[in-house]
Design a protein around this ligand. Structure first.
Ligand code: 8IG
Length: 317
């Protein structure tokens, strides 16, 4: 994990930076620069096992909910927050700061809470864990923090992981507000949530069964390949052309790393994007975060209906 700190003196420097509560600094590493900040460093402690931490988070949530296990985990990205209310009655809602390993979301438009919801399926009780506190890769807390929500859901017993996001679209037919099923991804972060020689198969990562099920609910749903880039900047038009050449249809800053962690944890993965904007260069205008949030808000009602229907079907096995 910390191999880039192999140079003598680097650890001392990191320790100093951590204890002194400093402003972010750029520190020379072994042959390249690495950003060190005083952000939440729960995971930088090499003594912390990410799966133990997920177990602890799961216990906290299950205990608060008075449950033995949950059935499905959901990450609700930009535009998808409204689905939480339609899924069913909230059993418990905790701020991220009260659940081990989670940190408040640094992104406007993301809720920063974790809640357990009793799903309105009409049948046997089923429970969902709604993760409103996604950690994005660009926040700099590392891949462990990015994967923590998914691993917590798995540790709490979820067999299915639902990953949603707001993203840019490369297909000009997909106007802002269009939901698109994720068929596959391009992980363009050059990183992985998996550490060490643990070779995980990613064929059919995005469950064909769940995509099929989604299309029984809305046959008009399009499908595409989602490219996760590091962000937090949006792409240049040249990068969008690159993604198109590589076979991508959607560009965003989340999901792929989480999907890998979910597969690694043995879960069935469902991914769905909301195209909130046309990607740079496809769009005739420049991208602004406020427009992206507004497009999400406008589509929220329809998305909430769609997602809650899919989730209730998915857990009714
Ligand atoms: I919302 O156009 C949203 N997220 N990378 N590009 C990337 N992420 C995004 C975009 C986009 N829109």
């Amino acid at each position: 994990m910390e191999a880039c700190w192999a140079e003598a003196g680097a650890e001392t420097l990191e320790a100093e930076l951590e204890t002194e509560s400093v402003t972010p600094a750029i520190v020379p590493g072994s042959g390249y620069l690495r950003i060190v900040s005083n952000m939440d460093n729960t995971f930088s402690d090499t003594g912390t096992d990410p799966f133990d931490l997920a177990q602890r988070a799961a216990r906290t949530l299950l205990q608060a909910a008075g449950l033995e296990s949950i059935d499905i985990g959901l990450v609700l990205g930009s535009g998808w927050g409204g689905a939480a209310n339609l899924l069913g009655e909230s059993v418990v809602e905790l701020p991220a700061s009260e659940v081990p390993g989670f940190a408040p979301s640094g992104v406007p438009g993301h809720s920063g809470t974790l809640s357990v919801v009793r799903l309105d399926t009409g049948g046997d009780p089923r429970y969902g864990l709604v993760l409103g506190a996604r950690t994005h890769y660009y926040e700099g807390r590392g891949v462990r923090a990015v994967a923590h929500g998914v691993r917590t859901a798995a540790a709490a017993g979820a067999k299915t992981m639902v990953l949603t996001n707001g993203c840019g679209g490369l297909n000009p037919d997909w106007s802002p507000g269009t939901p698109v099923l994720i068929r596959d991804h391009l992980n363009l972060t050059a990183d992985s949530p998996i550490e060490g020689a643990d070779f995980v198969d990613l064929t059919d990562l995005y469950s064909p069964r769940l995509r099929e099920l989604a299309r029984t609910i809305d046959p008009s749903l399009a499908e595409g390949v989602y490219a996760q880039l590091r962000g937090p900047h949006y792409e240049t038009p040249a990068e969008v052309r690159m993604v198109k050449t590589l076979g991508g249809d959607l560009v965003g800053m989340s999901t792929a790393l989480e999907a890998i962690a979910a597969r690694h944890a043995g879960m069935e993965v469902f991914g769905i994007s909301l195209v909130t904007n046309l990607a740079a260069g496809i769009s005739p205008v420049a991208l602004a975060h406020e427009d992206v949030v507004a497009a999400g808000k406008a589509a929220e009602g329809r998305l909430a209906e769609l997602l809650s229907s899919i989730v209730k079907e998915a857990v009714n096995v």
